[in-house]
Design a protein around this ligand. Structure first.
Ligand SMILES: Cc1cc2nc3c(=O)[nH]c(=O)nc-3n(C[C@H](O)[C@H](O)[C@H](O)COP(=O)(O)OP(=O)(O)OC[C@H]3O[C@@H](n4cnc5c(N)ncnc54)[C@H](O)[C@@H]3O)c2cc1C
Length: 436
């Protein structure tokens, strides 16, 4: 038997396990996950009101249920087992540990209460056991920094009313905290122009359909400029590569949605304004005891100063150490997924925070081919040996059946208003995992 250990049970780890099991009939694949619960950002990143997207967890769960796969939940590499131990026990080890740390802006005031990175903020509203509640105190104005879908998720979750959040898996205490704020304005601020925004069309358009909020463009002339630039790029006289024209097609779609927001008649009485600003570079978070405003530089015109009691920066994520393996510039350096002989990487840990969940599936096919080409049977102990070592250390491993018990308990306690009520502490998860 060949033995492969995958560290991390997010989409990248699960899709890779699936591919390896298909390609190598004489392989066993073990997934080692630091939390008692699987699926990484599907559970803790994807927005709670996007249950259609979160439903991919059901497909990933089928992978965990496959023969020749063992789930080692509540086992952290670096805390419960060392990376070099895993490498002794397995023929190949793959890091699929994601990119959990917020990139920092590195500007004054970043540690003021009220300033928070999206990993912490999204982790909090998704009930991640590591993410404490942010200091939300009478927030009237919020600033969301970034022009990707995470910025849209944050703005949407802040803007939705109780009825719109019903049926999500937002926990009751998060729901109460959000609804207790009387938010009037959410600014979404991007450093570059509208045509460079990384939103996807559907996510952006959804903001125009909220019951309680209305998107507004602070400087509509930026849209006209973007449209002119895109039209010039589209001109058949200006030769383009197919890749470039696809990208400019996406940009045109985004500019079109934004233009629709700018032209929408101002007739709806809504509680919340979602204001888009472009071409503004964060300079400083300002305030005494807590955040009071965010200052931005703009080319050729006076700075933009937006009063705010909450600022969420959504500017990307970085990988962190996995035991002795250390990332470089936010990712684990690799050549075609290989870090060094017998050690591989996949997903956000290897390529950085880009792409959607299906991107990880496509990548898994390629990474699996690479691993298979180098995979030999060295007669190693694999999962049996790992289980014995963890038992000797008193590590409380949550297996797949244990996760299923947590899952069933969370669904059972959901009540009428939500689809799931997550456990938010490791202790509560462990208790549910062993309940009969
Ligand atoms: C806020 C947000 C919203 C998103 N929304 C969407 C969306 O709506 N649709 C979409 O398609 N994509 C979305 N994405 C992108 C998607 O979540 C990622 O593409 C995907 O989760 C990356 O998968 P991954 O497995 O590389 O990392 P992750 O999902 O982060 O999984 C990494 C796993 O590794 C575990 N781990 C880390 N370190 C260790 C260790 N030392 N030992 C053991 N285990 C460890 C973690 O606990 C985690 O479970 C979103 C991303 C974010 C941040």
């Amino acid at each position: 038997m060949k033995h492969v250990a995958i560290v991390g049970s997010g989409p990248a780890g699960c899709y890779l396990a699936d591919q390896l099991l298909r390609l190598v009939p004489d392989a066993r694949v073990d997934i080692v996950e630091r939390l008692p619960v699987p699926f990484g950002l599907v559970r803790y990143g994807v927005a709670p009101d996007h249950q259609g997207t979160k439903a991919v967890a059901r497909l990933l769960d089928r992978v965990l249920a496959r023969d020749r796969l063992r789930f080692f939940g509540n086992v952290e590499v670096g805390r419960d087992v060392r990376l070099d131990e895993l490498r002794e026990l397995y023929d190949a080890v793959v890091l699929a540990t994601g990119a959990p740390r917020d990139r920092r802006l590195g500007i004054p005031g970043e540690s003021l209460p009220g300033v928070i990175g999206s990993a912490s903020f999204v982790g909090w509203y998704n009930g991640h056991p590591d993410c404490a509640a942010p200091p939300l105190l009478d927030v009237r104005e919020a600033v969301v920094i970034g022009n990707g879908n995470v910025a849209i998720d944050v703005a949407r979750v802040l803007a939705k009313n109780a009825a719109e959040l019903a049926g999500s898996d937002l926990s009751p205490h998060v729901h109460e905290r959000l609804l207790a704020q009387r938010i009037e304005t959410i600014h979404i601020v991007g450093r570059r122009g509208p045509a460079d925004a990384k939103f996807t069309r559907a996510e952006l358009a959804e903001l125009g359909k909220l019951a309680n909020a209305r998107p507004i463009i602070a400087e509509p002339q930026a849209l006209a400029e973007a449209q002119r630039a895109l039209a010039a790029a589209h001109n058949p006289d200006n030769a383009q590569s197919p890749e470039h024209s696809r990208t400019s097609g996406e940009a045109a779609a985004i500019v079109e949605v934004l233009s629709g927001f700018a032209q929408a008649p101002d007739v709806r009485e809504t509680a919340v304004r979602i204001v888009f600003h472009f071409g503004a570079t964060p300079l400083a978070f300002e305030g005494g005891e807590r955040l009071e405003a965010v200052r931005f530089a703009r080319a050729g015109i006076e700075p933009l100063v937006l009063p705010a009691q909450l600022a969420v920066s959504c500017i990307g994520y970085q990988a962190i150490d996995c035991c002795t393996a250390t990332p470089n510039a936010g990712v684990f350096a690799n050549e075609g997924a290989c870090i060094e002989d017998g050690l591989f990487v996949t997903g956000w840990a290897g390529r950085g925070p880009s792409g959607t969940i299906p991107t990880n599936r496509t990548e898994a096919q390629r990474v699996a081919q690479r691993i298979v080409a180098e995979l030999d049977d060295h007669g190693r102990g694999g999962g049996e040996a790992l289980a014995a070592r963890l038992a000797a250390r008193g590590v409380r491993v949550v297996d797949h059946a244990g996760w299923r018990r947590i899952d069933a308990a969370e669904l059972a306690r959901a009540g009428a208003d939500r689809c799931r009520h997550k456990f938010e502490s490791i202790e509560a998860m462990l208790e549910a995992s062993s309940a009969r």
